[in-house]
Design a binder for this molecule. Structure first.
Ligand code: CP
Length: 317
């Protein structure tokens, strides 16, 4: 593995999940692998889980870890080519990424989409420029269109909590929100679930269709009750519209998942990547109840990051 930016960087998803579960049993087994290697974690946007879990993952492998909240601590970054930098930006991504490539052995980068220009966001211009100019292995810490470390942690969580049923039913449901959020988490979750051995259903209001290349193989319905029937796992997430790009089309609280709605599931376990707005996006009664997996799901972010870093260290050094 050279870079980790999507499920396409993984040749065998189920082998990666099994390796992660082994690593979780003995997280310090490879604590010499990262000796004298430096992991740089660069955040252009806020984070709690990704920042802390990736830092811990690197440390478990014996890496030195440097974190920079570039949005707050760095020079204002110019990402466009061919512009005269006579405005507010101070440093170009070409130099910034190249310099980071001199200091780090592996680079993690978080760069959210602007949600103004779909072509720009979906081109993954910033992530691709970090890969091009840093010239070291790059791990996505969430990009314009995907959040692969989250999706791997989600799949690990589903695998751990699956009961005897061979193919669990997994439902991704849209939830209300007051802010326009990226499609990165649902896109990524969808493309990972489409590669996993699960019955995968997506439900959302009209207008919230995701880009088709992320959902090929999924069943899609506008009827949440129909989707929730006998569901084993319910993944709750808000996202803004893809087609009417970045727009909020509804905040219908009828889509809020409650214990009442859970009755039609197969005692479904509820997941959310966090952070979550209580009683807007997901009900407190579920978050505080026995069906919630949000904390074990967040815990698995460490092992997802660790297995990816382990594979990168093994393949490149
Ligand atoms: N789920 C997730 O990526 O959380 P953070 O934004 O806090 O990193």
């Amino acid at each position: 593995m050279r870079n980790f930016t999507s499920v396409a960087d993984v040749t065998n998803v189920s082998a990666l999940v099994n390796e992660t579960l082994d690593l979780k049993k003995n997280p310090y087994a490879f604590s010499q692998l990262g000796k004298n290697k430096t992991l740089g974690l660069i955040f252009l946007n806020p984070s709690l889980r990704t920042r802390l879990s990736s830092q811990k993952a690197g440390q478990n492998l014996g890496m030195e870890v440097i974190v920079m909240n570039m949005d707050k601590e760095g020079w204002a970054l110019e990402t466009r080519d061919g512009v005269i930098m006579n405005g507010t930006t101070v440093e170009h991504i070409r130099e910034a990424a190249a310099v980071m490539g001199q200091y780090f052995d592996v680079l993690g980068i978080r760069s959210f989409p602007g949600l103004q220009n779909r072509d720009e966001d979906y081109s993954e211009d910033i992530l691709q420029k970090f890969i091009k100019f840093a010239q070291i292995p790059v791990v996505s810490l969430e990009s314009g269109t995907r959040h692969p470390l989250q999706s791997l942690a989600d799949l690990i969580t589903i695998t751990e909590h699956s009961t005897a049923k061979p193919r669990p039913k997994v439902v991704l449901t849209w939830a209300p929100h007051v802010k326009p959020l990226p499609q990165a988490v649902p896109n990524s979750f969808a493309e990972w679930m489409c590669q996993a051995d699960v019955d995968f259903v997506i439900t959302h209001p009209h207008g919230y269709e995701l880009a088709e290349n992320f959902t090929e193989g999924a069943t899609i319905t506008y009827n949440q009750d129909e989707a929730l029937q006998n569901a084993d796992f319910i993944y709750v997430k808000n996202w803004s519209a893809y087609h009417d790009y970045g727009k909020i089309l509804t905040t219908d609280s009828g889509w809020l998942l409650t214990n009442e709605r859970l009755r039609i599931t197969n005692q479904g376990k509820v997941m959310h990547c966090l952070p979550v707005r209580r009683d807007l996006e997901l009900s407190s009664e579920i978050l505080d109840g026995p069906n919630s997996l949000v904390i074990p799901e967040a815990a698995n972010r460490v092992y997802a990051a660790q297995v990816v870093l382990k594979r990168i260290l093994e393949a490149n050094f």
